[in-house]
Design a binder for this molecule. Structure first.
Ligand code: ZN
Length: 438
């Protein structure tokens, strides 16, 4: 799924209609019209005959929306292979999201959705999960998933053994993160197989050497939050478990409580289930849950209809914005821009605001960013940018490719595929809806 393409035609209140099957998606070319991959119900709804699936499996590298979401349209008989942790994250996303045609990754409701069928259970997709080191056989092809480091746990690269030779796919990765050794494991394995081709990401190919790191985010943010006498607000992507750990640790070090919301709790409980991630539970002594103001605005149980909130209302560590405002120096609140109206109750006058996300890189993001700055100014907060990217720098990318030495490069997930030509390795600038044979 391409956010850029989606933004070309759609925005917050203008989205593809679930009521039109796959019609709006294909008409705006959000996905290519490939035979034998789409759901029967969506094709039929659009006036087409069902097609026999011609794809044996889909490999999902990680749980970011641009990689995972459009699994929603795939035929139910196409199995999905992904990491165990990746599946946990997809479950956390599902728990707190409203069903719509673009977010039916784990399961889907047959369309058209008639009232009399409303209570029918959704159709579950087949997921096969793996951990690094496991090998997967799909027809005559053997696939080796190898863990890498990215801004979401459960992220993988793949070595695909074909009759013509091995192909490597990087997925999304980086070499400056907390678990850079996992990316090193992939690079080493990829180098050893002498790949005939490499499909690679290149989101930041235009950047040179950077000295960013999660440790730097920790140090900068901690320094800023240390003497905060007023309320501190931070914003980061909760799918990034390393960033959560950074702010959890800072809160602990400074004797403050980290306040998260009920959606965050869905993620945290899944991370906690995964022993390898060593993450605290949502009821940990250093974590508090912020109760949102809904309906009557009086915080009574009947105000909460979302199941993901309702089932957690008995947690002992829930508090309200008004309670936080009484002792502002005791808390660090994780608050995403979309919930900034809660600042009215939190009253973070002259507090610190840490923006631990990437800076805006398109027009839409800039509009939201300007609005965010207005809120920060309204409360005279001190703005701090503290972030490290989930993607490999251009310098590290070139070093990685020079080590792996593929015979051919297929750049994807980049706005500058032509920059790969600097490497003097045969590079195909791929065109959409065209087949490439090895
Ligand atoms: Zn990603």
């Amino acid at each position: 799924m391409s956010f850029t393409r989606r933004n070309k035609y759609f925005e917050e209140y203008l989205s593809p209609r679930s009521a039109n099957g796959i019609g709006d998606i294909l008409a705006t070319k959000l996905t290519p019209d490939i035979e034998g991959i789409y759901r029967d119900d969506l094709l039929q709804h659009h006036g087409r005959k069902p097609e026999i699936p011609e794809v044996q499996a889909v490999l999902l590298s990680h749980a970011h929306a641009d990689h995972a979401n459009y699994i929603s349209f795939l035929h139910k008989d196409i199995p999905i292979y992904c990491g165990e942790t990746c599946k946990y994250i997809l479950e956390a996303v599902e728990e707190q999201s409203q069903r719509d045609i673009e977010s039916e990754v784990l399961n889907y409701k047959k369309r058209p959705a008639y009232k009399f069928e409303y209570r029918n259970p959704p159709i579950e997709r087949t997921f096969h999960t793996f951990r690094t080191g496991k090998k997967i056989n799909i027809d005559s092809i053997e696939v080796e998933p190898i863990h890498n480091d990215h801004s979401v746990p459960g992220s993988y690269s793949f070595i695909i053994h074909t009759s013509q030779g091995p192909i490597v796919y990087t997925g999304d990765l980086r070499m400056h993160g907390k678990h850079a050794h996992m990316t090193d494991d992939f690079i080493k394995a990829a180098e050893e197989v002498k790949p005939i081709a490499m499909i690679t990401e290149g989101t930041r190919i235009e950047t040179g050497k950077t000295n960013e790191s999660e440790e730097k985010v920790y140090q900068t943010s901690k320094k800023e939050l240390k003497d905060a006498k007023q309320l501190s607000i931070v914003d980061f992507n909760f799918k990034d478990v390393d960033r959560f750990t950074t702010f959890y640790q800072i809160a602990k070090d400074l004797g403050k409580k980290l306040v998260i919301n009920f959606k965050h709790a869905c993620y945290l409980e899944r991370y906690h289930k995964d022993k390898k991630l060593k993450t605290s539970d949502s009821r940990d002594e250093n974590i508090l849950l912020l109760k949102p103001k809904r309906l009557t605005g009086t915080y009574i149980d009947e105000d909460y209809q979302d199941w993901y909130i309702k089932k957690r209302l008995n947690y002992p560590n829930i508090l309200t914005a008004e309670e936080i405002a009484k002792k502002p120096d005791k808390y660090i609140v994780v608050l995403n821009f979309w919930y900034f109206n809660q600042l009215v109750d939190l009253k973070p006058y002259r507090g610190k605001y840490i923006h631990s996300l990437s800076e805006p890189f398109n027009e839409e993001m800039e509009i939201s960013y300007d609005r965010m700055v207005n809120w920060i100014n309204l409360y005279k907060m001190h703005f701090i940018q503290s972030h490290c990217s989930g993607h490999i720098s251009g310098y590290d990318l070139f070093e990685m490719i020079k080590t792996i030495k593929p015979k051919i490069i297929y750049p994807i997930h980049t706005e500058h595929p032509e920059m790969f030509k600097k490497l003097n390795i045969k590079t195909y600038l791929i065109e959409e809806e065209k087949n490439y044979k090895l």
